[in-house]
Design a protein. Structure first.
Ligand code: AP5
Ligand code: MG
Ligand code: ZN
Length: 226
């Protein structure tokens, strides 16, 4: 097979409010496209679990529903993107979340001659976001995502994938959920226009079933041929 036939690296940025379904869809896309799912939130939670210095720093912000400062967030994602499994691309979930992060991502990829290929924006109304966050359960071991009504596990409290214990995230209290959504509107929605201007944004109706959202995402990614 010639070089030109080899798959191009795919860097996909999933945009969407807290509870829009970024993590849910990224898990499917990772399996389907064979490129890693990189969630900045999961990376911070891993640091929390391992009680690293970064984890301690991030906790204060996460518990309040605020953004962790750009500098540390960018450094963490940069290190992750430098891993060999990202050579063929990655699905970025929850990063970038500010214009400064988006510019940093461009610079990180440009150093390797790469670029963002598509930015699917998973659009969901506020009422639906809150209902989704309120019923979410996450696996402590593998971060698989469930919902007590919309996608319940086969056995209550246990992960279908790995048998791990399901828990509710510390930042899923009603007060912190509302704050996260506010912070999203203040600091992250400017990215919608930012990527629209670059011709990379594709809007996806996130209020459909998980399966339909997945189908629309795959179609958009295939069409973009990024
Ligand atoms: P992060 O972990 O990224 O949280 P978030 O952005 O608030 O998003 P969520 O993970 O809550 O939602 P999601 O879109 O992944 O939805 P999910 O698939 O779970 O960030 C946490 C914190 O870390 C931040 O607040 C910040 O402090 C810090 N942080 C992270 N990144 C940062 C950055 N770049 N810069 C600075 N700070 C950063 O779905 C939600 C629920 O809905 C689930 O129960 C699921 O089962 C259900 N569901 C999903 N899709 C559907 C559907 N189609 N129909 C019905 N139910 C559905
Ligand atoms: Mg998530
Ligand atoms: Zn699990």
């Amino acid at each position: 097979m010639g070089n030109e036939e080899r798959a191009k690296p795919k860097f996909i940025v999933l945009l969407g409010a807290p509870g829009a379904g970024k993590g849910t869809q990224a898990a499917y896309l990772e399996e389907r496209l064979g490129i890693p799912h990189i969630s900045s939130g999961d990376l911070f939670r891993e640091n929390l679990r391992n009680e690293t210095e970064l984890g301690r720093l991030a906790r204060a912000y996460m518990d309040r529903g605020e953004l962790v400062p750009d500098e540390v967030t960018i450094a963490m994602v940069k290190e992750r993107l430098a891993q060999p499994d990202c050579a063929g691309g990655a699905i970025l979930d929850g990063f970038p979340r500010t214009i400064a992060q988006a510019q940093a991502l461009e610079a990180i990829l440009a150093e390797k001659g790469q670029r963002v290929g598509i930015v699917p924006y998973i659009k969901v109304s506020d009422e639906v976001l809150l209902a989704r966050l309120a019923g979410r359960w996450t696996c402590r071991q593998c971060e698989a995502i469930y919902h007590e009504l919309f996608s319940p596990p086969k056995v209550a409290g246990r992960c279908d994938v790995c048998g791990g214990e399901l828990y509710q995230r510390a930042d899923d209290t009603p007060e912190t959920q509302r704050r996260r959504i506010e912070v999203y509107f203040q600091q992250t929605t400017p990215l919608i226009e930012y990527y629209r201007r670059q011709g990379l944004l594709v809007e996806i109706d996130g209020e459909q079933s998980v399966e339909q959202v997945r189908a629309d995402l795959l179609a958009a990614i295939q069409q973009a041929d990024c």
